[in-house]
Write a protein of this length. Structure first.
Length: 448
RNA sequence: GGAGAGGUGGCAGAGCGGUCGAAUGCGGCGGUCUUGAAAACCGCUGAUACGCAAGUAUCCGUGGGUUCGAAUCCCACCCUCUCCGCCA
């Protein structure tokens, strides 16, 4: 993943400021620029020697065809010239390889500059741009309780955290998950399993039937080239499970296989925008996260997610981010879950994003906001790395596309929010209206 | 897993170690003709890097090697297809 040399040459000031805003080292920009100057010198020099060698070889061919003695002095002179040029080519190429490796190393350490409307700063600079729904309290009166239809007879009741709700319902089996795979690999059982499958189906149905996405069911593993394409290698290599023996990586998100679908392709302008929705299980090692959110299913090694992936014309990507974020919000609204939308600041949004919104859903049982979606515009940053281009008009020069992606939505935390929002005083959980056709019922009852 | 065949431009498909970035056909674009379209005919039609430009260089699955010179020869790897085996 890199800002690319053309951008650096034309717009060094912006890239330099972008690095500062994200808390990265801006001097790398100048180092890269200097290395690039040397690279171009070497390129010109090498090309000159190659032209020399080509000319000598060509002359040899012509002379022989004209009847010259292949072992004669004329040919010998040309051979010597060609060989000499070859030696210089070898020397130049060696230095060139060194310089290019240096440039690559520098470029991957220069972040994508944030869009101008992104607040500069850290966590304190994040802006809540929207809120939706009622932020339910943990303790509330029995009468008029929201999200439950318990009899109104005074008193109050206390919402349980989702793991306790699930426990009573018998829909998670975290212990056995730990036994068969390890801690952080949850087992869903009974209606818990059905709920998972229902959410996945409903998300995909809304995206494919209403939002115009093409549904994709990709592999759950990718090769090294794909992991490199979206920047998991080298940035987030520690996050991935690796099947070393077969050189395969378990996908940490559907973004990886789906964005790589068009790697090294030149798309026809008329195909754009391309909008995909895909479900995959997501595998994350979460190294170093032990002890944090380990209760329940908030932070696990395997979870399920439907991801939206967009390939857009450059001029359309800013608007596409708003649209895509709206698609994720629509799902939360129809599930009846309170949420807020955060515009992430320069230092909070990550290295490769130009602009990012996080969607956080309210979990009243634990009284916390849970991140359930992250919607980002990468502009041409990923496209450059993966060489995804498009021809604006037939016969025109290919240009880099803009890529975006966003969760729509991540399951485990949505499930937690549903269990905490829709629980009733008797321990049962009401099923959100939109999911009832999928589960074929309107309640998850407490087992007798 | 075993045996065989093959990977060349958007597609199909040629290509003796030099004159091959690559014949030919199809497709696409432009033009002639036509009221319009089709047909026919003519021309154009890959990507990337460097360069103000002229232009130069690189790319025939990938990576090495031989050679003054490799799409063409050698080695390794990857992928596809066919048959056999195995299998949800």
């Amino acid at each position: 993943m890199s800002v690319g040399l053309p951008r650096l040459r034309e717009d060094a000031a912006t890239v330099r400021q972008g690095a500062i805003d994200k808390g990265e080292d801006p001097t790398l920009v100048d180092e890269a620029l200097a290395a690039d100057t040397r690279r171009r010198e070497l390129l010109a020099e090498g090309d000159r020697f190659k032209a020399e060698r080509n000319q000598a070889s060509k002359s040899i061919g012509e002379s022989i065809r004209a009847g010259a003695d292949a072992n004669g002095s004329e040919i010998a002179t040309l051979k010597a010239a060609s060989t000499a040029a070859g030696e210089r080519i070898t020397a130049v190429d060696a230095e060139l390889a060194t310089v290019e490796a240096r440039i690559d190393d520098l470029l991957v350490r220069i972040p994508n500059p944030a869009d101008p409307d992104v607040p500069v700063g850290g966590e304190e600079a994040n802006v809540t741009v929207r809120e939706w729904g009622e932020q339910l309290p943990r303790i509330q009166p029995l009468s008029g309780s929201v999200g439950a239809d318990a009899a109104a007879d005074g008193g109050s009741w206390e919402r349980l955290p989702h793991w306790e709700v699930a426990d009573r319902l018998g829909i998670f089996d975290l212990e056995r998950g730990a036994k068969i795979a390890g801690s952080g690999f949850p087992v869903y059982r009974g209606l818990g399993s059905t709920l998972q499958r229902s959410l996945i189906s409903w998300f995909l149905d809304v995206h494919s039937r209403e939002n115009g996405f093409t549904e994709i069911w990709p592999p759950a593993v990718v090769n090294a080239a794909s992991a490199r394409g979206t920047g998991q290698i080298p940035d987030k290599e520690d996050q991935m499970y690796v099947a070393t023996r077969d050189d395969l990586y378990l996908v940490p998100t559907a973004e990886v296989p789906v964005t790589n679908l068009h790697r090294d392709e030149i798309l026809d302008g008329s195909e754009l925008p391309i909008r995909y929705a895909a479900y995959t299980p997501c595998f994350r090692r979460e190294a170093g996260a032990a002890g944090k959110d380990t209760r329940g299913i908030l932070r696990v090694h395997q979870f399920d997610k439907v991801e939206m992936v967009l390939f857009e014309r450059p001029e359309a990507s800013v608007e596409a981010l708003e649209w895509m974020t709206g698609r994720a919000e629509d799902l939360l609204q129809r599930l009846g879950l309170a949420y807020r939308v955060l515009l992430m600041s320069t230092r909070e949004m990550g290295f490769v994003q130009a602009k990012k919104y996080d969607l956080e859903v309210w979990a009243p049982g634990v009284e916390r906001w849970l991140e359930v979606s992250s919607c980002s515009n990468f502009r041409d940053y990923q496209a450059r790395r993966m060489a995804v281009r498009f021809r604006p008009e037939p016969g025109a020069k290919p240009e880099l596309v803009h890529t975006l992606n966003g969760s729509g939505l991540a399951l485990a935390r949505v499930v937690a929010a549903i269990l905490e929002t829709y629980q009733r005083p008797d321990g049962s959980v009401e099923i959100p209206e939109v999911l009832r056709p999928y589960l074929g019922r309107d309640t998850i009852p407490v087992p007798a």
